[in-house]
Write a protein that binds this ligand. Sequence first.
Ligand SMILES: [Zn+2]
Ligand SMILES: [Zn+2]
Ligand SMILES: [Zn+2]
Length: 495
Amino acid sequence: MTRHLDLRHVKSLAVRDLIELANLDDFDRVTEQVRQVAGCTRPVNLVGHTTTLDASTRTVLRSYSTTDEPTGRLLTACGNRRASRCPACSRVYAADTYHLIKAGLSGGKTVPETVRTHPRVFATLTAPSFGPVHNIPGDKPRCACGTEHSEDAPELGTPLRPSTYDYTGAVLWNAHAGALWARTTTYIRRALAAYLDMTQKALNAALRISFAKVAEYQKRGLVHFHAVIRLDGPEGSNQPPPPWATVGALTAAIEYATFKEPDDEIAKDMRACLTVAPDHRGGREIRWGNRVDVREITVGGDGELTDQAVAGYVAKYATKSAEDSGTVDRSLICAPCGGRGYLRGPDGFRDLCADCEGTGQAEPIKDLRIQSHVRQMIATAWELGNRPEYADLKLWKWAHMLGFRGHFSTKSRRYSTTLGALRDVRKAWRTAQAHANAGQDQAEEETTLVTEGSWAYLASGYRPGEELLAAQARHEIQQTRQAADRTKTEGELWQ
Ligand SMILES: [Zn+2]
Ligand SMILES: [Zn+2]
Ligand SMILES: [Zn+2]
């Protein structure tokens, strides 16, 4: 029952809405729902119901319906990975990623602790050069342009001579980076067998290689990959590899599979390479650049790369996205015409799309407020998207990603647990909490239950009054975190 209030004197719409919420019969539940999504920026609003039945007697044990909620709907966290979209959910994602990577290095979540003794490396694989770019003075005293750039100068990573920079090569490299990585994992196995002077079959019978990788954008708008690579026995993480499968052998295999010219003792064609559809310059080979860095992951010690540090890096990279390279966070395809620029009329003739005036772009690329280097990457991706030989790459769809086609983090099946499994654990824990609060008997779970229900998406976001409650919740979460962070070391921040 809602009491009728005269709120005309309250100017702020949000405050007025909050007062209305506060006058609902169950304001505590409104607050609780907002707290449960833990500061999510744009929660998903669901309507629906579930009923839990005893399988044999069909007695209703529990039922829940959003019609009983004070606002008639259930808020659930958006779950977005990207910090630019939802800082709260991206933090949950980072924490999950941290645990996933950490479990693969130190054990935990079904992985035994002995995994720490397996050879493990952290490799950074980068794209080759597509033309000289402005650089921070590192080994050289100053940039080739003659200027000493500051560390945050916007021109860093952008071409010295844009007119001769190989934009087509850069975009095509991004577009194939995921496929190159996939091929590289095969080539590392092949190179390891060659390095150890074994057949592939004998190597596969003796050991297994596990991978987990994340993608990150460099300032020059090219993605690079950070990967944890580990050697296991043939059964996986619960078994050590043979003693002759050393960190040294693994490092050599990664180097041969990515950039190193094979010497005489090693078989030729060790380097992973993709040949893409020929363009006007002829066929192109997609390879790694030779700035490949492979470092051993150690159990501890000063100045060494530890399990925690690696898991912390990977968690941080996992929440980054293309926006960090200065691009836009949305697809540029004009929705009504699907990027084609025209619609086919009932007479079969092509009619110019009125929404994009024939460009196919939701926002004209030339009007985006971005750096000219990034704009040129996007424009090149769009242009290549017109070519039939690149149709498979769907470059219009990925133009705003500078050609990179997603899959920021991937891992091999045996690396450790999965993000899905971690979410299930959390969900189960929440359900258990809810039951405990409701004073329900855990023994009930012993009987066979069936759950029936149906759910539908209603909207995204908060009511204006809930937004105020969410701001308060975020503030409290931040204060708790800051207090906790002060007592933690860098690697522990995600725990
Ligand atoms: Zn969220
Ligand atoms: Zn420069
Ligand atoms: Zn259009």
